[in-house]
Design a protein around this ligand. Structure first.
Ligand SMILES: *Cc1c(COP(=O)(O)O)cnc(C)c1O
Length: 495
């Protein structure tokens, strides 16, 4: 199976090329030329397998030239007990008879990005071998918080790679910042950028399209690669857990074979929910995908009207990993729903670049609304959802997950749709302790890592080990600068 660019489908790439390159030269995203279908018996077979085995099966469908042996080794390393604190890897917790919470934060950085970023380095290193690549991959990452740490953890001390992370200086939580500043590893660096996430992301995109920089680094034995959610190697491991969650529900007989479920996802860059869309296209029985946003509700408007318009105020919210106005992965959806019209996709992305706005055709809008529902939760509603979940179900959830639960509640009220629903839970509540404590009505918040103890005391839940041990780590990275200086930071790092 080959991959093509969303902006030029004439160019074909092997899976290994697509993963190693990350982003197509003309700015497009790599997509599989055809979406593989799950055979009729697959779900019944997968339901009795481990998470790692499910991952080998599902990823193998997309990765021609990768052997089962290679993928088995990779999944054992990525999702093994040294990395995840539960054997289930991505356990499903029942909230009530129709609502199931897919916990995606049992990995080393306590957020769902681990699900993909523990896997990507293995996929990349296998890809480099298959491509007979001699140069070292330098991973550049723009992060709104969770990606950065998860990428650093995933790539730390992986052969033939270096990683440099940029994050918005005032756009991440104190704990997120500490997680990155204390990162260990010989091949890593971290730098803050003055501005918001879009500034950092735009800056990184510019570096990728800078031919001079590419040439200069090439001579020094480096090439730039991406671990942002635009890399296909990020999307692919995320498809696995939706299929896995469905299998878990089958196994526990919460659903019958063939029964449709809804999937509700707190969304920023559109990567996580896009993976759910791929799972559906593969044949997973899914009724609606519910796209949940915070006050940066550009996607809510888009799904409801067909107009994508980023010309709006940017809000800094209690769910910072969703504070995004350009949802890059949407491009892949547009490609699929436009019947692979690469010219049309290019023109939308062009308009987005020039005017910050585009409007899709009525035919595309109709398809979007067939597959997706959308809503958003403001700050007050998000906090109220955390308090309600604790009170009614004795279940502690983080701010991003709370957005999803609130949007699901609204969706059910508006539509009367009673389809059983899987809600993606994207971070441990301890990662956003201050906001969670505030939502629970706690006054006199402590600061820094003391917040973890405070939340543990208030909730009766233990803080995850990777966060609890943060306070003993040494701060290594304190640098920051203007976005115009990012190129210099790269040069310095790869000296
Ligand atoms: C990244 C992130 C999201 C948003 O995921 P996308 O794939 O960008 O839509 C939601 N919640 C948390 C905790 C995240 O880290």
């Amino acid at each position: 199976m080959y991959y093509v660019s969303t902006r030029n489908k004439a160019l074909r790439y092997t899976p290994a090329q697509a993963i190693a390159q990350g982003l197509s030269r003309e700015g497009g995203l790599f997509v599989p030329q055809v979406i593989p279908r799950l055979p009729g018996s697959a779900l019944n077979m997968l339901k009795d397998l481990s998470y790692q085995q499910r991952a080998v099966y599902v990823m193998g469908m997309y990765l021609e030239h990768f052997t089962s042996f290679e993928l088995s080794r990779a999944t054992a390393a990525a999702y093994g007990p040294a990395k995840f604190d539960t054997k289930a890897v991505a356990p499903v917790r029942k909230v009530d008879n129709g609502t199931y919470c897919l916990e995606l934060w049992h990995g080393p950085t306590c957020a769902f990005k681990d699900m993909a970023l523990q896997m990507l380095p293995h996929l990349l290193s296998l890809s480099l071998k298959k491509n007979a690549e001699k140069k070292t991959a330098c991973i550049l990452v723009a992060t709104s918080g969770d990606t950065g740490k998860a990428a650093l953890e995933g790539f730390k001390d992986v052969d033939q790679t270096k990683i440099l992370v940029f994050y918005p200086k005032d756009g991440v939580s104190e704990i997120q910042q500490l997680q990155m500043a204390t990162q260990e590893g010989e091949n890593v660096s971290v730098s803050a950028v003055i501005g918001n996430f879009d500034d950092a992301q735009t800056g990184v995109k510019k570096l990728f399209s800078d031919a001079d920089l590419r040439g200069e680094l090439g001579e020094r034995g480096y090439f730039l690669s991406s671990a942002n959610s635009i890399n296909w190697g990020r999307v692919l491991p995320q498809i696995v857990y939706y299929i896995s969650a469905y299998c878990d529900l089958l196994r526990s007989e919460a659903i019958q074979p063939g029964e449709e479920v809804n999937i509700c996802v707190p969304t920023g860059n559109f990567g996580n929910i896009l993976a759910a869309f791929y799972a559906k296209q593969m044949g997973l029985p899914v009724h609606k995908l519910i796209c949940a946003s915070n006050s940066n509700n550009v996607l809510t408007d888009f799904i409801q009207t067909g107009v994508y318009d980023r010309n709006r105020p940017f809000h800094t919210t209690v769910s910072p990993s969703m504070d995004i106005l350009i949802s890059s992965n949407l491009e892949r959806l547009l490609y699929m729903l436009s019947e692979e019209d690469d010219q049309l996709v290019s023109s939308y992305m062009d308009q987005l670049n020039r005017e910050g706005r585009y409007e899709v055709s009525p035919a595309i809008l109709k398809k979007i609304q067939k597959f997706f529902a959308a809503g958003y939760a403001d700050e007050g509603a998000t906090k109220a959802a955390i308090a309600a979940m604790k009170r009614e179900h004795d279940y502690l959830i983080d701010t991003h997950t709370a957005v999803a639960f609130k949007v699901l509640e609204d969706y059910r009220e508006e539509t009367g749709d009673e389809t059983k629903t899987i809600v993606a839970s994207t971070a441990s509540p301890f990662k956003f302790s201050d906001s969670v404590l505030d939502a629970l009505g706690v006054k006199n918040l402590r600061s820094g890592t003391d917040l973890l103890d405070q939340l543990a005391e208030v909730s009766g839940v233990e803080a995850p080990a990777p966060l609890a041990t943060l306070k003993d780590k040494t701060v290594r990275f304190t640098g920051y600068g203007e976005k115009e200086q990012m190129k210099e930071v790269v040069r310095e790092f790869l000296k």
